[in-house]
Design a protein around this ligand. Structure first.
Ligand code: TMP
Length: 216
């Protein structure tokens, strides 16, 4: 890779609620670890002690007064911490970082879902990312109604409780990324069973033709 400070690989996973990202990331990490590759899995919001505290505020259903602007700033604050504490050091160390949600989630949820607008979110993401853009983003696409059915009996968090219209806007934003023509985005059919999703993800990763993925 051109940037010597960045020998690793950053792969992010995005999608609406219930799209099976966590299972997919576990499966993929297992495959890469079995090949002896240095893998680091993390998530947003969260992934650091500071970020996990921010996450608990963001997802707390007892805080309905949390306004969209604060929500965006807290998402970005968690991201800024994760980038500096985890992502950049791991990339410099030559690791494969698998991140459950990242900057695109703020575009979809706060930019589109909360209707705060793309430009504002992009500017804040630039500030948080410090150049740590993903090499590949897997969009796990699942219609919102199907995602809701996967919650099971679990108590929904503050964002999961949002209206159907909110979740439709989020889904539409992810679909727009999928159709944007940006080669960073690859679509995964999240209605497929877990094994099928894992194979789709592996195929997309192979397409990167990165040294760290040889033999996958
Ligand atoms: P998770 O359930 O996939 O762990 O994500 C936590 C929630 O946070 C999920 O509802 C998506 C939301 N979210 C945003 O609204 N904006 C963001 O920037 C991120 C990273 C997550």
């Amino acid at each position: 890779m051109a940037d010597p400070a960045r020998r690793g690989l950053l792969v992010t996973f995005e999608g609406p609620e219930g799209s099976g990202k966590s299972t997919l990331i576990r499966g993929l990490a297992g495959r890469l670890e079995a090949l002896g590759r240095p893998v680091l899995t993390t998530r947003e919001p969260g992934g650091t002690p500071v970020g996990e505290r921010i996450r608990s505020v963001l997802l707390d259903p007892s805080l309905p007064e949390l306004c969209p602007e604060t929500e965006l700033l807290l998402m970005v604050a968690s991201r800024a911490q994760l980038v500096r504490e985890v992502v950049l050091p791991a990339l410099a160390d030559g690791r494969i970082v698998l991140c459950d949600r990242y900057a695109d989630a703020s575009v979809a949820y706060q930019g589109a879902g909360r209707e705060l607008g793309r430009a504002r979110v992009d500017a804040l993401n630039d500030f948080a990312l410090a150049g740590a853009a993903p090499d590949l983003t897997l969009l796990c696409l699942l219609p919102p109604a199907a995602g809701r059915r996967r919650f099971g009996g679990r108590d929904p968090d503050r964002l999961e409780r949002e209206s159907a219209a909110f979740h439709e806007r989020v889904y539409d934003a992810y679909r727009a990324m999928a159709g944007s023509g940006d080669p960073r985005f690859r679509v995964l059919d999240a209605t497929a069973p877990p094994d099928g999703q894992l194979e789709q993800a592996v195929t997309h990763l192979r397409g990167l033709e990165h040294d760290l993925l040889m033999g996958l």
